[in-house]
Design a protein around this ligand. Sequence first.
Ligand code: HEM
Length: 277
Amino acid sequence: MTSRAATSKLPEIPAPTIALDEAPLEGETTPKAVATQTSDEVPTFSLSAPDEHLNSSHLEPVAKSSSPGGLSARDSMAPRPKISMSTPSANSRGPMPPPARPAVPRMGAPSVASSLRIPSTGPLPNRGPPASSQQRVSSGLAPSGNLLTPNPRSRIVLTPGHSPMDWAAKSRSADLAGVGTFLRVKPSQLKQMTGRKGKPAWSSWQGKVYNITPYLPYHPGGEGQLMRAAGKDGEQLFMETHPWVNWENMLGSCLVGVLVPEGHGMEGAQPSLEDMD
Ligand code: HEM
């Protein structure tokens, strides 16, 4: 009974004003009413096709699909989209997808998908000033001896057991200064600590003197580079090379003492210096 009423409404739908007034009310926006002018032609065609299905089989699918009939409303909605979708999908299932997809990515640039892609060839975003930082690499990738990265600058390949992580562990575990107590070191005395002739290599940094000998095999720049600072103030060389490196933290266990003027007494320090010769 109700089905006939619905079918009877369908032929009345072609009148544009009635059908369109009902649609926007159920819909969200009234501006869609503009489509009514174009829909004058559409409803005649689209409705004709479903009308045939509805008239002939609107009761049949309900009975076929489910006898309880609780889904009658859904079933009535389903066939309409199926009709419109069926014709294009049936045509596109075979050949359509393959040719369309490859053409777009090969062209590349203009598509939205391409703008979302990560460039495979261009430079990656800068994540920090020391791009080739040994510290950054070593923080997670060099738990033991060998360094796994190439030498973009003048870094060397450290021998096994001498990675920055190894140094961190060693420097935490022991006093590496090589002196019994903190010393007052004169510049003339610092100059003698060149790491040669059996003497340790000392270097000063901001008024403090460090024994850099234990760190030599751990220095990513090589022993030769580090030795350039031996026997003198190494701050300038250090800052010219890697100002981001924290000298004090890395060589804290190597602290010998403080640098004092030449005329300053060496009361406590003199014996220790003599003993080391
Ligand atoms: C004495 C204290 C020093 C410490 C604790 C120290 C520590 C380090 C560290 C951690 C690196 C790796 C840096 C990185 O890859 O980002 C490095 C590299 C290097 N260091 Fe030193 N260094 C010292 C002194 C010196 C001195 C006096 C020189 C002389 C110029 C020097 C020359 C170099 C060079 C050429 C590199 C390799 C280039 C680089 O990776 O940046 N270092 N040093």
